[in-house]
Design a binder for this molecule. Structure first.
Ligand code: GAR
Length: 203
């Protein structure tokens, strides 16, 4: 049995990417990792419900309530330490992490972005806005990217990418759904296993 890397999943919303990770774990597709904690930046996010249903400890940490980025990140850091997390997967986590935070986790944080980086990425490009921008530009192909997270939003080294066709008559919602089904939910578990395996082999 491989030594499992302890994975923290950070979320903000519906958590369909978290669900893809949970399903992959249950199917044995993440043999080198184990999700040990879920942290949401939004109270009441449906992702928290998905974690609870899977029996994974889940917490909400509200930047608004805590009052500053520093206190927000301190709270996240203490939850990660309590869970002995070794690897962070951002799965629809829509809050930007500071350089102070990301520098503590070099090559230990990955993110899923719903476009082919370097297109339609960076600060302010998240969720439906990404697909609105892709449609406004008229691209015929978009996709998803999993990348390491550093101090530059969407700027870290690319791990996996998958292209998805844009179809006539697409709305941002239709395109978002196709990118999730064809790319995000496939790539994120694959990338989580790749990095979890790398970390477990370094131990
Ligand atoms: C996903 O499409 C994810 O790629 C995107 O937010 C959505 C979250 O959905 N993330 C970003 O835009 C990050 N810049 P989910 O909560 O159902 O996984």
């Amino acid at each position: 049995m491989p030594v499992k890397t302890r994975i923290a999943v950070l979320v903000s919303g519906g958590g369909t990417n978290l669900q893809a990770l949970i399903n992959a774990q249950n199917d044995g597709r993440i043999p080198h990792g184990e999700i040990v904690i879920v942290i949401s930046s939004q109270e009441g996010a449906y992702a928290l419900e998905r974690a609870a249903q899977a029996g994974i400890p889940a917490y909400a940490v509200s930047k608004k309530k805590l009052g500053s980025q520093q206190l927000f990140e301190e709270k996240i850091s203490s939850l990660l330490a309590e869970a002995n997390a070794e690897f962070i997967v951002l799965a629809g986590f829509l809050s930007i992490l500071s350089a102070d935070f990301t520098q503590q986790w070099p090559d230990r944080i990955i993110n899923i972005h719903p476009a082919l980086i370097p297109s339609f990425c960076g600060k302010g490009m998240y969720g439906l806005k990404v697909h609105e921008a892709a449609l406004a530009k008229g691209v015929k192909v978009t996709g998803a990217t999993v990348h390491y997270v550093n101090e530059i939003p969407d700027g870290g080294k690319i791990i996996l990418q998958k292209a998805v066709e844009v179809k006539d008559g697409d709305t941002p919602e239709l395109l978002q759904r196709r990118v999730m089904e064809e790319a995000e939910w496939v790539l994120l578990p694959q990338a989580a296993e790749l990095v979890a395996r790398k970390i477990s082999e370094e131990k």
